[in-house]
Design a protein around this ligand. Sequence first.
Ligand code: DLZ
Length: 155
Amino acid sequence: MKSNTFTTLDGSGMRIAIVAARFNQELTDAMTTDCVNALRACNLDDVNIVTVRVPGSFELPVAAAVLAAQHEFDAIICLGVLIKGDTKHDQYIADACANGITRVSIDNMLPVLFGVLTTENREQAETRALGEQKKGWEAGMSAVETVLAMRNIEK
Ligand code: DLZ
């Protein structure tokens, strides 16, 4: 079974926020569309899917923190595309982003999904964002699955 193959997930009544970086916009736009479609496929109403855009992946954690503080969402999905450049800039952003998202998630006991691609080059990013891997779809499905899993733990 492919790792991103999901069984039927019912997210009826869930409210989920997507925070998407604009950097590498062609790719993050596609991931956002796929993510929204995944949530719709899990029976979420459009009114319960909120999308926020930020400049780059570095800004994903602070936007997620603000959304988490509203206590209105069952999960927050962070989407971004980090492509390696000539310097270590991408590594610093990736580390800050991953650490920040983890902190927001744990501090709020809320699923905050890491839908951020960290790739060596544009081709790898396109395969994951636009190709058959469809990482935006995977992030949406993972969010609903995690909310359901947490509800089971809480019982
Ligand atoms: C500056 C920058 C660079 C070089 N590369 C990326 C990238 O590949 N992916 C991404 O999402 N954002 C990138 N950014 C922008 C930073 O995330 C951030 O928006 C700026 O440093 C402003 O804080």
